[in-house]
Design a protein around this ligand. Sequence first.
Ligand SMILES: NC(=O)c1ccc[n+]([C@@H]2O[C@H](COP(=O)([O-])OP(=O)(O)OC[C@H]3O[C@@H](n4cnc5c(N)ncnc54)[C@H](OP(=O)(O)O)[C@@H]3O)[C@@H](O)[C@H]2O)c1
Length: 248
Amino acid sequence: MSKECVLVTGGGSGIGMGLAEAFHARGATVMIAGRNRASLDAVALRCPGMMVADVDVSQPASVEALVACVADRLPGLNLLINNAGIQQVLDFAGETPPDIATISREIDTNLKGLIHVSAAFLPLLRRQPSARLVHIGSGLAYVPLAMAPVYSATKAAVHSFTMSLRYQLADTSVKVVEILPPVVDTALHRGLARTPPKAMPLPAFVAAAMKGLDAGDPEVVVGLAKVLKLAQRVAPRLFFGVVNKNSV
Ligand SMILES: NC(=O)c1ccc[n+]([C@@H]2O[C@H](COP(=O)([O-])OP(=O)(O)OC[C@H]3O[C@@H](n4cnc5c(N)ncnc54)[C@H](OP(=O)(O)O)[C@@H]3O)[C@@H](O)[C@H]2O)c1
């Protein structure tokens, strides 16, 4: 097997950081990319040899610059983890609904950003005899969280896009994988009054995600996200009520 050469977007914190550290710990060559150089540098300081790069995935020119940087510094890229994302609590029922800029920020990061990154890096990935393109989705793709309506919609769209991409690339060297996390204890939930109950600790999530990746699963559905996957098939209205009644 060729050496793992890994790029993680949004690798300066949370799930991206956890996965980057796990790959680094087992000897992979790893680059993390994001908007916040201080948090990227802090992760790299703990992981000798880890590379850092700047990117704002919501800006196409920034994504193109990252492709050039990776082609130069990590030309053997064979595992891209499309992880960068934001979550906003948005109230459309109030007197002032969210403005277009706020709504666009979430779509441009979670959906357009992910699609742009995938498209822009496919030529590099396809140079390798075997490569993986990993999308970080969400259990909320199955059952939306109403207080994060745009976020939930972007994750449902990511799930749909990932299925189509996997189908289109089936006869190529690139395997398309989606990881669907449950609620994980990270800074993603900073917009909420408190961390959601039943949040999975980050180390436990990373261990489960790495196990699924190593098993070669095309869909790595972790923890309570498995319940949501089943729920949307057997009792979607019931579980929509459950998820939204218990939300903070
Ligand atoms: N935590 C959960 O419960 C959960 C559940 C399901 C799915 N997920 C998904 O997991 C992924 C990682 O989230 P997390 O929970 O680890 O939260 P996080 O700690 O807030 O990580 C998100 C990362 O994305 C980066 N980022 C945000 N906007 C970016 C942009 N425009 N360009 C480049 N980087 C950007 C952030 O860095 P800066 O803000 O510093 O740029 C940060 O490092 C997201 O896709 C999220 O939707 C999380």
